[in-house]
Ligand binder design. Structure first.
Ligand SMILES: C[S@@+](CC[C@H](N)C(=O)[O-])C[C@H]1O[C@@H](n2cnc3c(N)ncnc32)[C@H](O)[C@@H]1O
Length: 232
């Protein structure tokens, strides 16, 4: 596993300034609490770094897409490919559809990793989802997710469970609260850091797993992990 202090290589999607205002405008069809949740999510996670880690085109599947923030930001950043957002929580899928109109280039569907056609996607995103998957199930979960990729395809995962001990504790407390209040549905909360995710991606047959610390300036210990399906 490689560990980098700065950005992942090959970034070409970028977000300009004024994204908070653009998000508020785009999210106008949602209720006030839903807009507030999106605004908080946007401000509290390293979205610029996430978007930069992805490729500007191709077929992308977003596992655990939630209410669609990545879909919104990707197209704002100039993404020219097709996007499929999957989430097992149909409330999240409904919410995404209410502010992000679907088109052949941008679709949302209820489902988890098995809903993605094997070998059909050149990129896969998994952003802040793995902590909801019980640890004994994670190896199998990521093996099934990685199957969605074409040879050479890119997998990008964001986890908030890294960084110093106080950030890890805060992360656990906040995620437990979200599940306890029913804001997020999942099988429980066991946080994970980038090293664990890199190990799981490697076990899933992906190569070149690299961890980037993207938590600076945020309350959570965000780490971005990327790896590719080998060409052969
Ligand atoms: C913290 S939210 C992150 C949403 C979005 N990826 C983001 O970063 O804004 C976690 C999401 O994972 C979804 N989730 C929970 N269990 C899942 C599973 N087994 N497979 C895929 N998604 C899952 C939840 O429904 C929720 O929408």
């Amino acid at each position: 596993m490689e560990r980098h202090a700065e950005t992942a290589a090959g970034a070409s999607l970028t977000l300009g300034s004024g994204e908070a205002a653009a998000l508020r405008e785009a999210a106008a069809p949602l209720t006030l609490p839903e807009r507030a949740h999106l605004d908080l999510r946007f401000r509290s996670a390293p979205w610029r770094r996430v978007v930069e880690a992805l490729e500007p085109g191709g077929r992308l599947v977003d596992f655990g897409c939630g209410p669609g923030l990545l879909a919104h930001l990707l197209f704002r950043a100039g993404f020219s490919g097709t996007y499929l957002g999957l989430d097992p929580d149909s409330r999240k899928v409904d919410r995404a559809r209410r502010w992000l109109p679907e088109s052949p280039a941008r679709l949302f569907s209820a489902g988890t990793v098995d809903a993605a056609t094997p070998g059909a996607f050149s990129q896969a995103a998994l952003l802040d989802v793995l902590y909801l998957v019980p640890p004994p199930a994670r190896t199998d979960f990521l093996a099934r997710a990685a199957r969605a990729l074409t040879p050479g395809g890119l997998f990008v995962a964001l986890t908030s469970g890294g960084g110093p001990r106080w950030k890890r504790r805060l992360d656990t407390a906040q995620e437990r609260l979200a599940v306890g209040l029913g804001i997020t549905r999942g099988g429980g909360v066991v946080t994970c850091d980038g090293a664990e995710v890199a190990g799981l991606l490697t076990a899933a047959g992906l190569a070149g797993a690299a961890v980037v610390d993207v938590g600076r300036g945020f309350l959570h210990g965000f780490e971005l992990v990327s790896a590719r399906r080998p060409l052969t």
